[in-house]
Design a protein around this ligand. Structure first.
Ligand code: DUC
Ligand code: ZN
Ligand code: ZN
Length: 475
């Protein structure tokens, strides 16, 4: 049997959630085997087949995007990235694990739905992947099957308080699913917007002839995210289950999460780059050539008003850990033929923004501007997602025994985000023209270099399914 390949990543500064320390990283096969004092490998008789010089760079655990939707059927169309194109784009951006959402809708069997997602991803991913399960139809059968899923490594379940008639669960269904999660030790992820009220507002707007993209945001007020967040927390407390709010976008929702956390409850939330950088006025209400530019920015929860300080509050939440994670909610659609489905009526614009490739860079800008520390960048983008969703310490840390998912990040690089250079299967970028300080140089997935200086060296099928354990983040 031949010895496993050894790679030494030398001269870099290894960043973890707790500190940044100059270390050389020794990788053997698919794993990290040692962190060494810089330059000491040779003295101790350690030889490597390959040396990656990381001088002047940070060496960080590969990013974990805990919220993506590759090739998800949604809004009368399908998310435009496949598992192949989306995971390749993720790798380019320093993300080495995604947790995607398998989808069950009412009337469909959970088992069969999950098997469809296994089949979509199998053999196609460039990086490792795991699944959450969307339960769109809470009933006796789906509640029972939650147990089987936890046993096979799908330990979190997303419910929707939005989208009546599609994914929506009423309060009774939510309570039952939370009770079942409590029994199993599983996590409930929540899309918290009051969908019943939103549908009334959206219908009224359309009846008044207010059909342009900005109406998507105007009919989904932050107050209805705050209300749903409050309600979900109460239900979770009654059930004794942990709850994790996805794509938290507003000060109102954050206030509810912060209060519950201050009371010591297992209440958590993620936000996404779009809520930190994009606004209702500058993006969702953008007119462009034909008054429809804003469709590019239709996502749910929606972009919020720049006059209401949501972005400022979300950065604060990231500092205080009231927001524990940054994920993308990568749900890409092309402008042509997909976003265009809603030219006549904003309600028909598929909801979603692509960003899996840019999360690490965009959140690193918070380090550059002093919003968060270097350690917090790693914590929110890699370590906490691993802990929250049962992947730690295999993922989310550079330590002996962990998978060698490693990013060499050059703080002196300068890049400009553009659809003309990105790798996502989208004909536009929500971040077109954004100047980014810093950039991914080399990306290793389980010991293999998959991206180096902008060139992809990986392959579809390298990425493996990750069965997850229970969350290790709970109090
Ligand atoms: N919620 C998501 O989490 N993703 C896409 C659309 C949505 O409403
Ligand atoms: Zn959602
Ligand atoms: Zn989503």
């Amino acid at each position: 049997m031949s010895a496993a390949t050894r790679t030494l990543i030398s001269n870099g500064t290894v960043v973890s959630a707790t500190g940044a320390i100059p270390h050389d990283v020794l990788v053997e096969g698919e794993r990290v085997v040692a962190l060494l004092a810089p330059g000491t490998a040779e003295d101790t008789g350690i030889t490597a087949d390959t040396v990656i010089d990381a001088a002047g760079c940070y060496v960080v655990p590969g990013g974990i995007d805990a919220h993506t939707h590759m090739e998800m059927p949604f809004g009368g169309t399908q998310a435009s990235d496949t598992f192949e194109t989306g995971t390749r784009a993720a790798a380019h951006g320093g993300t080495t694990t995604i947790i995607d959402f398998a989808v069950q809708t009412a009337g469909n069997d959970v088992r069969a739905s999950l098997d469809t997602w296994y089949a979509k991803a199998d053999g196609n991913c460039a990086i490792d992947y795991a699944f959450h399960m969307i339960i769109g139809g809470v009933d006796d059968s789906s509640l029972k099957l939650m147990g089987d899923l936890v046993a096979e490594g799908i330990t979190s379940f997303k419910l929707f308080m939005a989208y009546p008639g599609v994914f929506y669960s009423d309060d009774g269904q939510i309570l039952r699913a939370m009770q079942r999660a409590a029994e199993l030790g599983a996590m409930i992820s929540m899309h918290a917007e009051n969908g019943i009220a939103i549908d009334v507002l959206a219908e009224q707007a359309a009846a008044r002839g207010e059909t342009s993209p900005v109406n998507h945001g105007l009919t989904r007020p932050a107050r209805l995210e705050g209300e749903a967040t409050f309600r979900a927390i109460q239900l979770a407390l009654v059930a004794g289950a942990p709850v994790y709010f996805v794509h938290l976008s507003s000060s109102e929702a954050l206030e509810q999460v912060s209060r519950a956390r201050a009371e010591g409850h297992n209440v958590f939330a993620e936000t996404c780059p779009q809520y930190l950088y994009l606004t209702l006025e500058d993006h969702l209400d953008a007119q462009g050539d034909d008054g429809f530019e804003g469709a590019k920015y239709v996502c749910s929860a929606p972009l919020r008003s720049k006059h209401e300080h949501h972005g400022r509050d979300l950065w604060r939440g990231l500092r205080t850990n009231d927001l524990s994670i940054v994920a993308t909610d990568h749900c890409p659609f092309c402008f042509k033929d997909q976003k265009e489905l809603g030219r006549e009526d904003f309600r028909a614009i598929p909801n979603g923004i692509g960003g899996v490739e840019h999360r690490m860079d965009l959140i690193y800008q918070g380090v550059v501007t002093g919003e968060i520390s270097l350690e917090r960048w790693v914590e929110t983008c890699s370590t906490t997602p691993a802990r929250m969703f049962g992947l730690y310490p295999r993922k989310g840390v550079i330590a002996p025994g962990a998978d060698a998912d490693v990013v060499v990040y050059d703080p002196n690089a300068l890049t400009t985000i553009s659809a003309s250079t990105h790798h996502m299967n989208m004909d536009y970028s929500a971040y077109e023209g954004f100047q980014v300080s810093g950039g991914v140089r080399t990306v290793m997935s389980r010991g293999s270099v998959v991206v180096d200086r902008g060139t992809f060296h990986g392959r579809a099928g390298h990425g493996r399914f990750l069965p997850r354990g229970l969350s290790t983040y709970l109090r």
